[in-house]
Design a protein around this ligand. Structure first.
Ligand code: NDP
Length: 263
């Protein structure tokens, strides 16, 4: 039997086991997908080999570490230097980032995107910024509440929220955790309202609640999505890598949605 796991800290809330195990069951694979709460990131490599894990999804806060410990890195992740999917084959770790593909799939119906603002400057912001760059979006701006993380956004224009003076964006994306455990917005509501008056599209990475950001999107009649499709599609792409299957995306999607109990 093959063993797969999602690895992070905290990890109890992760929906990945439900998604993957239902797909595994329905495809009839001899495999099990579990979760692992990792305390010490320096143990990541040992855990993968000691538990004989065939593949793993890596989540907060170990995506950069996952990139570092990999022996073979997919070309698409050289820029973002973060991996969310690891495959272990013949004593080697192969690293991928299916968050990039998951995000692009989630926004594939959003048209005429030339100028995009990303709120937040963490790992997800970086994956999304490069996803948009690969999509040839011309202007990608990153705003955050402090400067300290901007050094990993050298390919983009960065600014503090209070320095935003051009509010004309086609899409605004919230990658911050503001609103996840509280009722906060990432920045002053007035700034967001000015941007929302121009924007056509919005994207919120949080998927399990109606955040203040989503409420504001509704108020301003924006076309918006939450992070559910991104979550789902990063899982579908990871599942394809785990089991080396192609042309089964519709079935994987159906089984993963069932696993999430959302269909
Ligand atoms: P990081 O910790 O790497 O970055 C978080 C960012 O949010 C930082 O820029 C941080 O600012 C900012 N931030 C946090 N809290 C606040 C706040 N209250 N107000 C303003 N800014 C804030 O996290 P990740 O990028 O890895 O993850 C961010 C979110 O994305 C999480 O909620 C995660 O669950 C979600 N996610 C969803 C996915 C999906 O598939 N839908 C996939 C991956 C992540 P500072 O620099 O000051 O610390």
């Amino acid at each position: 039997m093959k063993l797969f796991s999602v690895i992070g800290n905290p990890i109890m809330h992760s929906k990945s086991p439900r998604m993957h195990n239902n797909a595994i069951k329905n495809f009839g694979f001899d495999a099990l997908y579990t979760r692992y709460n990792l305390e010490d990131e320096d143990k990541l490599r040992d855990i993968l080999f000691n538990l004989r894990i065939s593949g793993a999804n890596i989540t907060l806060p170990f995506k950069e570490k996952a990139f570092k410990i990999a022996d073979v890195k997919d070309e698409s992740i050289f820029d973002i230097k973060a991996a969310n999917t690891l495959i272990i084959k013949k004593s080697k770790i192969y690293a991928y980032n299916t968050d990039i593909l998951g995000f692009l799939k989630a926004i594939e119906n959003f048209e005429n995107l030339n100028k995009v603002l990303i709120l937040g400057a963490g790992g997800t912001a970086r994956a999304i910024a490069y996803a948009l760059k690969y999509k040839n979006i011309k202007e990608i701006h990153i705003a955050n509440r402090n400067l300290k993380r901007f050094s990993s956004f050298k390919d983009f224009i960065t600014m503090l929220y209070e320095d935003i003076d051009d509010f004309n964006y086609d899409m605004i994306i919230n990658t911050t955790s503001a609103g996840l455990f509280d009722e906060n917005l990432a920045c002053d509501k007035k700034i967001l309202e000015k941007i929302f008056n121009y924007s056509k599209y919005a994207f919120e990475v949080i998927y399990n609640k109606e955040t203040p950001f989503i409420k504001l999107c509704k108020k301003h009649n924006l076309i918006y999505k939450n992070g559910l499709e991104m979550l789902l599609w990063q899982g579908i792409f990871a599942f394809e890598l785990f089991f080396e299957i192609k042309n089964q995306q519709n079935n994987i999607k159906k089984f993963m949605l069932e696993g999430l109990n959302l269909e």
